[in-house]
Write a protein that binds this ligand. Sequence first.
Ligand code: ADP
Length: 367
Amino acid sequence: KTYSASATSGGNIKVVIRCRPLNSRELVRGAKCLIRMEGNQTIITRPTDATGPGNSKAAARKGEEDVKSFTFDKSYWSFDKNDPNYATQVHLYNDLGEDLLNHAFGGYNTCIFAYGQTGAGKSYSMMGYGEDKGIIPLTCCELFNRIDRNCDNTVTYQVQVSYIQIYNERVRDLLNPKNKGNLKVREHPTLGPYVEDLSKLIVNSFQDIEYLMDEGNKARAVAATNMNETSSRSHAIFTLILTQKRHDAETKMDTEKVSRISLVDLAGSERANSTGATGARLKEGANINKSLTTFGKVIASLADASSGTSRKGAKKADSFVPYRDSVLTWLLKDSFGGNSKTAMIAAISPTDYDETLSTLRYADAVK
Ligand code: ADP
């Protein structure tokens, strides 16, 4: 069966899938790759041997078709360099990051977020590991290259960063370790939702950003250890605020353009599906589930708006977008919709049928 044979998403929202390679454990146990990609399609096959871990539920679902195909803006493969869908980190940046950076210099908000189960490649795609830089460092690097190359002396630039974590609907400032983790979210009458007392630090180079990102990641790890958590249970939002000031020599007028680039690493999607949890874990799972569901609904309604259709095919009425239903969507409200551009990277594992199918369905519903 082919889902959404119709085209892919509207212009302002891109949804791409990225499949990670088999890891050494999977290779050792001879795990089968369940994913194929053809053009912009991602095709998943239900394993016939349903005795392996994670496959029992799949086996129980009688009558389900064995092969499902989904269409996205892009489907990225990461093993076998000769495969036409093979994509490196730089490839991803060229496809997604560059466009968003152009848009940011145009004065508009942009957002890239990574969705998927823990271990599927969200951090690899967003941050990267070591020399293998992900989309965040590549975007930041190019941001400063462009600023440094600028020879228009009527324009000055300022870049600020903030870095927060949302865990159980509470906001922690990852760039201010003194903050113990429950900042208030307020609404400004014209500027919209914001986090009160959040640090916004001025950065002058890519190295400054790298340093702050490392400090923020350490703070995230410390907070996780203290609360006996892992970072896969929280959302992280790294925001760059680009201010461009232009001075017009003739009119003596100053104009200012402010744009935000929000880079979001979402909580592991398996947390939303986990069953059998009790107490704190149950509440945590429910919060993750709610914020990911709300996130999906918000993006879906914006994708509809940008392609001029509604989910039911009827003419789009004054649609209600449930931003307020989670802290995550509320804080990102101004980074979605309107003139903003959004890209979603859905990271999938090649071997885990249930979780991968659930991610493909989520990504499919979003676009
Ligand atoms: P997540 O952030 O979703 O929990 P990670 O990004 O940490 O997952 O990925 C898990 C492992 O898989 C890491 O060791 C990472 O290096 C590797 N990996 C993920 N995606 C890719 C990819 N596209 N190419 C190569 N290795 C990858």
